[in-house]
Design a protein around this ligand. Sequence first.
Ligand code: IPE
Ligand code: IPE
Ligand code: MG
Length: 225
Amino acid sequence: MSNQPRHIAIIMDGNGRWAEKRGKSRTAGHEQGAETVRAVTTFCARHSEIDRLSLYAFSTENWKRPKIEVEFLMKLLERYLKSERSTYLEGNIRFEPIGDLSMFSASLRKVIDDVQNATSGCSGLIQSLALNYGGRDEIVRAVNSLRENGTITVEMLGSALDCTHDIDLLIRTGGDHRLSNFLLWQAAYAELFFTDTLWPEFGADELETIIKKFKTVERRFGGLN
Ligand code: IPE
Ligand code: IPE
Ligand code: MG
C-alpha cells in the first residue's frame, strides 16, 4: 500500500521575498500568504486521507523582526481567524493552535479561543496553526509539565507536547533547507520536501504533485522492507 499523508506539516516561507520581488512591502506578502493558507487548507479538507495540517505561522524567533512587521502579523492573524470562521465551519475543519499563546494580546487570544471552541465539534481536517511556536520551547514546556512524574519515557513526553502526532510529510517553501525550530520531535520520521516556490505562489497543484511523490517513497522507520 502507498503511504498515506495523514499528517502534513508546512513551513510557509517566502512571503517577504515574494513581495520584495514585486516592489511591494513585506506585509503585502503576508497578506497574499494568507490566501495560500486558505487554498491549501481547503484542498486538505477535501481529501479524506489527510487528517491533520500543521502550518508554521509565527515562530518563537519571529519576535526579532521589526515591530511594525510583528504588529502587522498579529493583526493579520486576528483578521484572518475572524473572517475564516465560516470557512472552518463550512469545511468541517477543526482549528487547533499550538505554541505558547500567553505572549499574545488578550484580544487575539479571545479570537483564537473563539474559533477553537466554535470548531471543536468539526470532524474533518484538523488545521493546526503554530503560533509563537518553537520546537525547543514546546519540548521544554512538556518536560516541565512532567517534572513531578519521575523518569520520563518517550511516550510520556510525546503525549505532553502541544502536537502529539508524528508528521508524515513535511514541506518547506521558499528555497531554504532547514527546520527553523518547527516540530522537531514530531518530524523524527517525516519525509522532507523542499520547494523553491515562495509561499504566496504555492497551491493545491504543487501540493498534489508532492503528495504523489511522497506516496512512492519507501518508509522504513529503521527496519527493513
Ligand atoms: C514566512 O515568510 C512567514 C513568516 C515567517 C511569518 P517570511 O516573512 O519569512 O518571508 P521571507 O523568508 O523573508 O521571504
Ligand atoms: C520559519 O521561517 C518560520 C515560519 C515560517 C513561521 P523564517 O523565515 O522565520 O525562518 P529562517 O529565519 O529563515 O530560518
Ligand atoms: Mg523567511
